[in-house]
Unconditional design. Structure first.
Length: 154
């Protein structure tokens, strides 16, 4: 037997409430303002509240809205990265066709920055019993100046 926990709200009403909360969160409203807006009275019937929800229920809606944004950002990031790469490739191809090599180099640099290829990768290799890393203060200072110089070139 299916248990009906909330008789005041069906799925459509819940989704409409969530859409409104998403708009509030997207607008950057603080939680207390969202709660106050959810407790406002209906203009058609001033004796009834728009939503008869507890603080905890409203907070659950806010949590669901934040989860929605987190989910959307994960999906959209991959999509936007793919679009950006395709755009850079198209721009590079068009610039190469007209022999604008300076623009090609600029596009290539921007694409490498987007993909994180310009970051310095340092491998620490393991010797027989020790790692090959700077051991003396002089080696460490040289290593730090090298990293600083590489980061300034980015």
């Amino acid at each position: 037997m299916k248990r009906n926990i909330n008789t005041n709200s069906d799925d459509n009403i819940t989704q409409k409430r969530l859409d409104i909360i998403i708009e509030y969160v997207l607008a950057g409203l603080p939680t207390r303002t969202i709660k106050a807006n959810c407790r406002m009275y209906d203009n058609k019937n001033p004796f009834e509240k728009l939503w008869d929800l507890s603080d905890r229920q409203i907070e659950n809606y806010i949590r669901k809205a934040n989860d929605y944004f987190a989910k959307e950002s994960n999906i959209k990031r991959d999509l936007q990265l793919g679009k950006a790469i395709a755009r850079y490739n198209s721009l590079y191809s068009n610039s190469y066709k007209v022999q604008d090599y300076r623009t090609c180099a600029s596009i290539n640099e921007k694409l490498c920055n987007l993909l994180g290829l310009n970051k310095l990768l340092i491998e620490v290799t393991k010797g027989e019993n020790e790692f090959d890393i700077p051991k003396t203060p002089k080696q460490l200072a040289a290593y730090k100046s090298f990293i600083k110089a590489m980061n300034e070139n980015d």
